[in-house]
Design a protein around this ligand. Structure first.
Ligand code: NAP
Length: 436
């Protein structure tokens, strides 16, 4: 029987899950595949670290060269994380003729073009199902099942940590800080949560989905990224009154009028009865609209040892099939080397409805002053609610839901409104997505 040797770089959360499946479920895999996939070597930084799962000590090494370029190891799994040495090792593996499976979204979002160019040159595969939305097979769906579609939009909840925090803020009326503290206690958030709560992790995944959906790969700096740190329970409560739920939503949508791409990540109000609004806790979800397939909604575990290992193993199995003698060669990965030219719609030109929460002094004429400023900039009001005194912010709360308006006009009007002497605190703005 054929045996495919696999080398694993990294034995942390995900690497441990992968090693556990490969060693504990080896017989099952052989039964299903008709050949063996064998964990040949595992590279770690520290041989003595405490681990979720420990393979036999003789499999461990601290020298990546025991895996990279080894002729008896045709397949390398990169689960170290970070940009270096992961980038160098992946490029070296491809140069040496090894296929690569990775879960490293930061690596692909930042160095994807270079890595996929190398894969094309060497005729090797780079597979990355686990890099976006954990166990959900969204990469395979976009790359294969929906190939015949012109993708019109991809929306996603792509970060379980922030979704958990927002769920607690929504369902249990917690503050952001309290919900974050609790998530850290339960291991849903890291000690330094910046990457998650400021939106960078989800933005990396958004860039990967955008490349798959449209063949274009903007840089992080080209897109609007806004995390959840500024959200207050009052925003969430007010959104609920209008029939909305706030989620950290990734958007990659083709504007049919301008032909430009809207790529952005920010807290977004979604209709409470939409499928996306019902995705709670650490779960992730992706909604795809294609011209032929219509609407597709995928949801599942977005991270964690075994869910992510499941996605990694799917890639390992797919790559191992290509290594069978009878397999016909496949086009490597995704053809990112042929990325088209692209244009991202400037955030200023975005046209959405907006939720605005003003804190104002309690006297006649305030509403007409604010609506006058908005009206002068072409912002029309859909709904207005005036609330009682806001002790924390020292004033009366005035909530306005606008009709669709151009973001540039909206921001200009808010700057002008800030000059009014009736405002007692900065105005809160949350964008509203009605397409879900
Ligand atoms: N955690 C998740 O749920 C999840 C979900 C989706 C995708 N991912 C992605 O999967 C990747 C791995 O994440 P993780 O959470 O498993 O990371 P992790 O727990 O921090 O594990 C990283 C592993 O890589 C090893 N390592 C790091 N630098 C090394 C170096 N220079 N030389 C040798 N070994 C090195 C570490 O060795 P030691 O153990 O000896 O320190 C550790 O075993 C990341 O790209 C992450 O973004 C993670």
């Amino acid at each position: 029987m054929t045996t495919i040797n696999v080398g694993l770089l990294g034995l942390g959360t995900v690497g441990s899950g992968v090693a556990k499946i490969m060693l504990e479920d080896a017989n099952l895999l052989t039964q299903k595949l008709g050949y063996d996939i064998r964990l040949a070597k595992v590279c770690v930084r520290n041989l003595n670290s405490t681990r979720n799962f420990s393979p036999p000590a003789e499999l461990l090494t601290q020298d990546a060269n025991d895996i990279i370029g080894q002729p008896n190891i045709p397949l390398v799994i990169e689960l170290m994380g970070g940009l270096e040495p992961a980038r160098t090792l992946v490029l070296k593996a491809l140069d040496a003729g090894q296929h690569v499976v990775t879960a490293n979204k930061a690596l692909l979002a930042i160095h994807g073009r270079e890595i996929f160019q190398k894969a094309a040159e060497t005729g090797r595969a780079v597979k990355f199902e686990a890099a976006v939305a954990g166990a959900i097979p969204v990469i395979r769906v976009l790359k294969e099942a929906l190939t015949a579609n012109r993708i019109q939009s991809v929306f996603g909840i792509l970060n379980g940590t922030t979704n958990h925090i927002l769920t607690r803020m929504t369902q249990d009326k917690m503050t952001f800080q309290a919900a974050l503290g609790e998530a850290q206690e339960h291991g849903y958030a890291e000690a330094d949560p910046t990457n998650d709560v400021e939106g960078f992790d989800a933005a990396h995944k958004l860039l990967i989905l955008t490349a798959l959906a449209y063949g274009v790969q903007p840089q992080l700096a080209d897109i609007h990224v806004e995390g959840v740190t500024q959200l207050e329970p009052a925003d969430i409560a007010a959104a609920a009154e209008f029939g909305y739920v706030i989620k950290l939503l990734a958007t990659s949508a083709l504007d049919p009028k301008s032909g430009l791409l809207e790529i952005r990540l920010h807290p977004t109000m979604l209709p409470a009865n939409s499928l996306m609004a019902g995705v709670n806790g650490v779960m992730n979800a992706v909604a795809i609209r294609g011209h032929a397939c219509g609407d597709i909604f995928l949801s599942g575990a977005g991270a964690g040892m075994m869910p992510t290992a499941s996605a990694v193993m799917g890639d390992v199995i797919e790559a191992s099939r290509d290594l069978q003698p009878a397999a016909s060669p496949k086009v490597p990965a995704l053809g990112w080397q042929n990325l088209q030219s692209w244009s991202v719609k400037p955030q200023d030109e975005t046209q959405m409805a907006y939720f605005l929460r003003f804190t104002v002094i309690d006297k006649p004429g305030v509403l007409s002053a604010i609506s006058g400023v908005l009206g002068r900039h072409d912002i029309s009001l859909a709904q207005v609610i005036q609330k009682g005194h806001d002790k924390e912010r020292g004033g009366v709360t005035l909530i306005i839901l606008t009709h669709e308006a151009k973001e540039k006009n909206l921001l200009t009007s808010l700057r002008e409104a800030d000059e009014l002497d009736c405002l007692t605190a900065p105005t809160r703005l949350i964008r509203v997505e009605n397409r879900l």
